[in-house]
Design a binder for this molecule. Structure first.
Ligand code: NAD
Ligand code: UDP
Length: 314
């Protein structure tokens, strides 16, 4: 039986990944320090003999008493803007020391590694849509930089270990992802708007709502993550993973109001967040060609499932 280590496995995306890997017959170790995740996200797996939860910090040396994994998915890092601004030092460390620890472990054990990066490495992009070859437009000294720059460091560290130590590694740049198990108070736009709509509270849009995002349903993303790890021809490659359908934040609010049948009114703050990317849309040509992957879930269908989750859980 092949074994897998998922760092950040008790988080939103990590818990879906653990779920799928266990179902597919892998032996999964989920390592998480529960900073922004929750054991509740994996509680349905805790009794499974092929699942083990280890409460540990990826920033500390990773010691597994000679148990090695065949594959390591490194997802541990705060991810929502509210979380990484509440935990800026932890974010810097999870993506720098944490990534180095994962790469060191892979070097020692020969594991195949996947490092989760982000569309934030493109910053507020001057090119549209964003291809993997775009270097980005990132502010090194602002509220998002602890996340953006530490993910850029993670990519750089990965390159060094790939070139110098010949480890079998790939990077994915995840674009905005949503779905069940997103924390209700993580401050992300989808969770905020659903919570506001379900209680008929005002929907608060930053700026004038003309900024765009492209939203990927979590099941689609997890399928892409697996392909990036397991498909042939991915060693040393970077893949954008996201849904290329682009919406303004105003359009997103209107869709959520409609799908929930809410009486919420939209309120505009008039000011954008500092360094807010004005447009974001992945070019996924490379993932389509090499991984044979593209998202299948349209925004309405994914929102509907997410709204159902929120209705029955909060
Ligand atoms: P999340 O906050 O739900 O999950 C992250 C998990 O990592 C949490 O369970 C947290 O407790 C854990 N963690 C944080 N620091 C840790 C540490 N030092 N040691 C061990 N565990 C630690 O966020 P998510 O949305 O599931 O994001 C997962 C990964 O995907 C992150 O690397 C994030 O940067 C990346 N990503 C997510 C999105 C998105 O839209 N959700 C977009 C781009 C990139
Ligand atoms: N946003 C908003 N209202 C909210 C939450 C977010 O208008 O309650 C906007 C935010 O300013 C940004 C976009 O929605 O332009 C996406 O924000 P999010 O925090 O979800 O993620 P980001 O893509 O910025 O990391």
């Amino acid at each position: 039986m092949q074994s897998v280590l998922v760092t950040g496995g008790a988080g939103f995306i990590g818990s879906h990944l653990c779920n799928r890997l266990v179902k597919e017959g892998y032996k999964v170790i989920c390592l998480d320090n529960l900073l922004t995740g929750s054991k509740k996200n994996v509680e349905h797996l805790l009794d499974d003999p092929n699942f083990e939860f280890v409460e540990a910090d990826v920033v500390q040396p990773l010691i597994f008493n000679n148990r090695s994994s065949d594959y390591i998915f490194h997802l541990a890092s705060p991810a929502s803007p509210i979380d990484y601004q509440n935990y800026p030092e932890e974010t810097l460390l999870a993506n720098s020391m944490g990534t180095l620890n994962v790469l060191k472990l892979a070097k020692e054990t020969g594991a195949k590694v996947l490092i989760a990066s982000t569309s934030e490495v493109y910053g507020d992009p001057l090119k549209h849509p964003q291809k993997e070859t775009y270097f980005g437009n990132v502010n090194t000294f602002g509220p998002r930089s602890c996340y953006d720059e530490s993910k850029r460091f993670a990519e750089s560290a990965t390159y060094v270990y790939f070139r110098k130590h010949d480890i079998d590694v790939r990077i994915i740049r995840i674009f905005n992802t949503y779905g069940p198990r997103m924390q209700k108070d993580d401050g992300r736009v989808v969770s905020n708007f659903i919570m506001q709509s379900l209680s008929d509270a005002p929907i608060k849009i930053d700026g004038d709502g003309s900024q765009t995002r492209s939203f990927c349903y979590v099941d689609d993303l997890v399928e892409g993550i697996e392909k990036a790890m397991f498909a042939p021809g991915t060693t040393g490659e970077i893949f954008n993973l996201g849904n290329p359908d682009e919406f303004t934040i105003k359009e997103l609010a209107e869709k959520i109001i409609k799908l929930t049948g809410s009486k919420s009114e939209i309120e505009y703050s008039g000011t954008f967040r500092e360094d807010d990317p004005m447009r974001r849309q992945p070019d996924i040509t490379k993932a389509k060609e090499i991984l044979g992957w593209e998202p299948k879930t349209n925004l309405e269908a994914g929102l509907q499932k997410t709204i159902e989750f929120y209705k029955s859980n909060f």
